[in-house]
Design a protein around this ligand. Structure first.
Ligand code: EPZ
Length: 417
């Protein structure tokens, strides 16, 4: 079990470049199953979840032609297997993204029902309701989703609540269905828009992406995918907060400020000095920040994936910050760990009350999920003394070379096996 050791209290200085978005590349990798040929995807981040998804596609019959640097060429001609093995799905919920493409391509799918995870039950009932609306027979047994569809028929699907991968899954299934599909109350995340754009570039007929109604005219076949993954807005936000929490001067490059409007506004409200340009955001030193309130919400609201990182920042702000987590039912695991560093946080259901303290102290810490881990790293960078963070495999799921990037910004951080 790797650990990360951080000696805190050093303002970060310098530039960091953001990689491709984990939550954009996972659906695009699943979408390669809709095609038969050589798919080329550039800007692929080297993170564990990408390796897991590639392993899953390979188990289904795809073949990695090459994967150098951030360019992946994957051949999906030989996709024959419709069963996604439990051991892969249980390590990554996003494996459920192969359901739509398998139903559309092979007319069959057998995917282990993703279990819950640390942040919540995370059911996929809305995905399954959508597939049934498209004419698929979906039967759950032995912890598996068994899907069959002679031919998917376009339909009108209303999502009871907004689901990012649910929207992606239905968009992929509808791309090869007969006729028109209208998806209502859809996710507007940039990663969903990107998936629609990549599918359209391969011959799909999708419109409305980025709004809450997406229309898909089914087509008989798609060309192999070819695209460059959009920058990871959550990685970008994490490094912006790293600059702010250490009182340093950090330029985050290769990011899309339009994808981070909610975070930018909240940071500025807190007194963080930001210089925003076309594809970079620079944080400059500011005095003690003011506490501000946030409530997470589907895009374009404040992203739930930056809630833990923002909470770390608020532990040192002047005053009281109220953080409302509207998306997941259990996404405050980082709070207890932050309190062990001296933070003053009380939890009341979906609300966290953070009373700013003047400093945090380093401590032995345990990561529980991907974004909670990032929150602990940020707090450790700002804390006086040494922190040792265990279970850092959570971090490796979604952050590429985090300790190298932070070291280059002047952090005292190292990984021990
Ligand atoms: C995606 O998860 C992201 N993962 C998550 O990022 C992100 O936190 C989440 O969207 C919200 O933005 C990927 O894109 C791979 P949802 P997803 O379906 O699609 C409930 C990270 O840290 N729901 O939008 O699984 C669900 O329980 C990860 O990178 C149902 O009830 O999230 C949750 O409370 C964590 N039934 C809410 O909706 C369903 O059928 C939003 O979930 C589907 C979802």
């Amino acid at each position: 079990m790797d650990k990360i050791i951080i000696e805190g209290g050093r303002p970060l200085q310098g530039e960091v470049t953001v990689g491709g978005a984990k939550n954009a590349v996972l659906p695009v990798l699943a979408a390669t199953l809709l095609t038969s040929g050589l798919n080329e995807i550039r800007g692929v981040p080297r993170v564990r979840d990408v390796n897991t998804m590639i392993a899953l596609l390979t188990a289904l019959g795809a073949r990695v032609e090459s994967f150098e640097e951030d360019r992946l060429v994957i051949d999906t001609t030989g996709v024959r297997q419709h069963e996604a093995p439990y051991d892969l799905v249980s390590t990554m919920r996003a494996s459920c993204l192969v359901l739509g493409p398998l139903l559309a391509r092979l007319r069959r799918a057998r995917v282990s029902l993703p279990g819950g995870c640390a942040i919540g039950a995370r059911p996929i009932d809305l995905h399954l309701k959508g597939f049934r609306a498209l004419g698929a027979q979906i039967v759950l047994d032995e912890g598996y989703v068994n899907g069959k569809a002679y031919r998917l028929q376009g339909a009108h699907v209303y999502f009871d609540s907004i689901t990012v991968t649910g929207t992606a899954n239905l968009m992929m299934a509808a791309a090869l269905a007969d006729g028109e599909t209208v998806l209502e109350n859809t996710a507007r995340e940039p990663e969903v828009v990107f998936l629609a754009d990549v599918l359209n570039q391969a011959g799909a007929k999708i419109s409305g992406q980025g709004t809450d109604v997406i229309t898909i005219q089914g087509v008989p076949v798609l060309k192999p995918l070819d695209g460059r993954i959009i920058p990871d807005r959550i990685e970008a936000g994490t490094y912006i907060i790293a600059g702010a929490i250490t009182g340093g001067e950090v330029e985050v490059k290769n990011c899309v400020p339009e994808h981070l409007e909610a975070l930018i506004h909240k940071l500025q409200e807190a007194g963080v000095v930001l210089q925003v340009s076309a594809n970079a955001i620079q944080v400059k030193p500011a005095g003690r920040l003011n506490a501000v309130n946030i409530r997470t919400h589907p895009h374009p609201g404040f992203p739930t994936d930056l809630q833990a990182q923002f909470m770390a920042l608020m532990t040192l702000a002047g005053g009281q910050s109220v953080i409302l987590e509207n998306v997941f039912e259990n996404r405050f695991m980082h709070a207890a760990e932050l309190c062990r560093m001296g933070a003053a946080i009380t939890l009341e259901g979906h609300t966290a009350i953070v009373r700013g303290v003047s400093e945090l102290g380093g401590a032995p810490l345990m990561a529980t999920d991907l974004r909670a881990s990032a929150s602990l790293v940020l707090a450790a960078l700002a804390a006086r003394g040494e922190s040792v963070i265990s279970r850092v495999y959570h971090i490796d799921r979604g952050y590429e070379k985090m300790e190298q990037k932070l070291s280059r910004l002047g952090a005292s951080i190292r990984r021990v096996r």
